[in-house]
Ligand binder design. Structure first.
Ligand SMILES: *[C@@H]1O[C@H](CO)[C@@H](O)[C@H](O)[C@H]1NC(C)=O
Ligand SMILES: *[C@@H]1O[C@H](CO)[C@@H](O)[C@H](O)[C@H]1NC(C)=O
Ligand SMILES: *[C@@H]1O[C@H](CO)[C@@H](O)[C@H](O)[C@H]1NC(C)=O
Ligand SMILES: *[C@@H]1O[C@H](CO)[C@@H](O)[C@H](O)[C@H]1NC(C)=O
Length: 363
């Protein structure tokens, strides 16, 4: 077995903080706005302009927050991604007292249909919007389906090259539902995104009156409104009367590393395989033949993978394909192997399987 040792060491080191993180630029005050949006962004909606308010770019991708149902009581059968960004903002006129808004429709699909290309585009646009020498915007808000929200939010967190704020927001109930959560989530997301107090905290997930750091945040309930949580690390704050209240000064996760994807045009395919009793992973060769460049094992505990699956992974690892051992528990740590030269898996440390996938793709 020959695992790519330098890659294994780099991943384990970056996950545990011994690698130097990319320098983050100093926090800047809100910049003066320019009236015309740059042609870099395909703006489909611009709010009426109010002098003195910050400027937010909303990138809408679809999801339940933009979903509609024929019935106000139906929160399970509805069409996600059927409402455009202008209608989303129109439903929340209070937004216009908080920020000038430009809206861009990046996609209009449910979370499960979000592609690597969409996520890469959002990352590049967010960097362009916020991190240049004369940035066009003060804040970015991404509206997203909740099922894969943590994947996009984590990717943005790992690739945003400055300390400005990107908030990723969604909703558990479609826009047509009784007590739809989308409008208040969107208002709290924009209010949090434009607040200077949010700078330097990484990408934030704002739903259900809670503010959660993207690196740790995950969906924990398939149906309930209080689904996004960081079990161990907790929330960093919560909106009070829609304005963000933070429990602590800005800080970033201990082992956070930022990757510059500005020259990257596509992400390599990485597959996640779920371990269980008698798991075989006997499709690995087919995955490789179809272009997989890496695998994440969603292990049964601290990276545990069944012996049959291990045998099949051993062959692909012998071909130089990296395999990360993570955990389907979605909580806790898969500690690095003391001796990665022994041809073992790369450890996911604190990242769950889907976030481990994004990190392996971004390296
Ligand atoms: C803007 O729209 C044009 C025409 O549809 C497309 O070619 C281009 O890629 C889009 N750019 C962005 C940043 O979405
Ligand atoms: C916006 O602020 C003004 C001035 O405080 C207030 O009169 C107005 O009702 C607010 N609009 C909304 C939609 O909250
Ligand atoms: C991206 O490409 C440009 C032009 O070739 C180069 O100057 C820059 O260093 C590259 N950035 C990274 C992060 O590789
Ligand atoms: C994968 O291919 C190798 C080489 O042909 C073979 O030895 C191995 O049994 C295959 N594994 C599976 C699970 O098909």
């Amino acid at each position: 077995m020959l695992v790519n040792v330098s890659l294994a060491v780099a991943v384990a080191a970056s996950l545990l903080g011994s690698a130097a993180a990319a320098p983050l630029v100093a926090v800047k005050q809100l910049v003066e706005r320019k009236v015309n949006a740059s042609p870099d962004f395909n703006i489909t909606f611009s709010s009426s302009h109010t002098d003195g308010l910050p400027r937010t770019l909303i990138m809408a991708t679809g999801g339940t927050i933009a979903g509609s149902s024929a019935s106000a009581t139906d929160s399970t059968n509805y069409r996600a991604g059927s409402i455009g960004v202008a209608a989303l903002v129109d439903a929340v006129p209070q937004l216009l007292n908080v920020s000038n808004i430009d809206g861009m429709q990046v996609s209009n699909v449910d979370s499960g249909s979000i592609t690597d290309d969409i996520v890469l585009l959002i990352s590049k646009l967010a960097n362009k919007a916020l991190c240049g020498s004369d940035p066009e915007y003060d804040a970015v808000v991404v509206t997203h389906g909740t099922e894969t929200l943590e994947e996009t939010a984590y990717t943005l967190d790992a690739t945003l090259m400055c300390d400005k704020t990107v908030v990723v927001v969604g909703a558990m109930r479609p826009a047509t539902a009784i007590s739809a959560d989308g409008p208040s989530n969107l208002l709290e997301a924009v209010t949090t995104a434009v607040s200077p107090a949010s700078h330097g905290r990484g990408v934030l997930v704002v739903l259900n009156d809670r503010i959660c750091q993207a690196l740790y945040c995950a969906k924990t309930n398939a149906n309930a409104l209080d689904t996004f949580k960081a079990y161990e690390q907790g929330f960093v704050g919560g909106p009070l009367s829609t304005k963000p209240f933070f429990y602590y000064p800005p800080s970033q996760p201990t082992f956070k590393t930022v990757y510059d994807l500005s020259n990257v045009t596509s992400l390599p395919r990485v597959d996640v395989l779920y371990s269980h009793q008698m798991a075989t992973f006997d499709g690995v060769n087919a995955s490789v033949a179809n272009g997989a460049k890496g695998f994440i094992g969603a292990g049964t505990g601290a990276g545990g993978i069944s012996p049959w699956a291990k045998q099949n992974l051993a062959y692909v690892m012998s071909q130089g394909i990296p395999v990360v051992a993570s955990t389907k528990i979605n909580n806790g740590v898969v500690a690095p192997d003391e001796d990665p030269a022994a041809g073992s898996y790369i450890s996911s440390a604190l990242l769950n399987p889907v976030k481990s996938r994004r990190l392996l793709q971004s390296l």
